[in-house]
Ligand binder design. Structure first.
Ligand SMILES: [Mg+2]
Ligand SMILES: [Zn+2]
Length: 183
């Protein structure tokens, strides 16, 4: 008999403007500003049984504005802050016009994370501050949440598809999503 692989729901998180303050092409740990409500939100998601992944477009690498190592230093600082709450960081280093399959709103990074961690996409969410993030979630068949931090306020007005939820920030997103599950 073949044993059924246990699948886990996940929250895929945009990085800039969602977990941390939006800084154009963040490249230095000194400029990293984590929102005060982010860690509690991640703890709530984790307690509700979600695995957490960051999915981020980092075209600053392709543009030569910073190196992959600079970005890894920022992810290392986030790991130090959040401990093991974030299970993986997935990023696209390419230019917007490179035609890669990993830059959001493409879904290769989500599919890779899902394969590596046995994720049930039908019970998973994408959270971000841009229309692009909502589109990524829709493209991957996820539920979606727009946060109004970062570019959220601006992008709220011109969304290509309506998100499942809109939240003021990642803290409210955690409360709403955990409640959403209980409804
Ligand atoms: Mg963002
Ligand atoms: Zn890419």
């Amino acid at each position: 008999m073949i044993e059924q692989q246990q699948l886990t729901p996940a929250i895929f998180l945009d990085r800039d403007g969602t977990l941390i303050e939006e800084v154009n092409f963040l490249s230095r740990v000194d400029d990293l500003r984590i929102f005060p409500f982010t860690k509690t939100a991640l703890e709530q998601f984790s307690a509700a049984g979600f695995l957490l992944f960051v999915v981020t477009n980092q075209s600053g690498i392709g543009r030569g504005l910073f190196t992959a190592e600079d970005m890894q230093n920022i992810h290392k600082a986030l790991r130090e802050e959040f401990g093991s709450l974030i299970r993986g960081f997935y990023y696209c280093p390419h230019l917007p016009d490179a035609g890669c399959d990993c830059r959001k709103p493409n879904t290769a990074l989500i599919e890779r994370a899902a394969g590596e961690h046995n994720i049930d996409l039908s019970r998973s969410w994408f959270i971000g501050d841009k229309d692009l993030d909502i589109q990524t979630g829709v493209n991957a068949g996820l539920k979606t949440c727009l946060v109004l931090t970062g570019y959220g306020m601006e992008h709220k007005e011109t969304l290509g598809s309506l998100p499942t939820l809109i939240a003021d920030n990642i803290g409210e997103a955690a409360r709403k999503i955990v409640t959403f599950l209980q409804d």
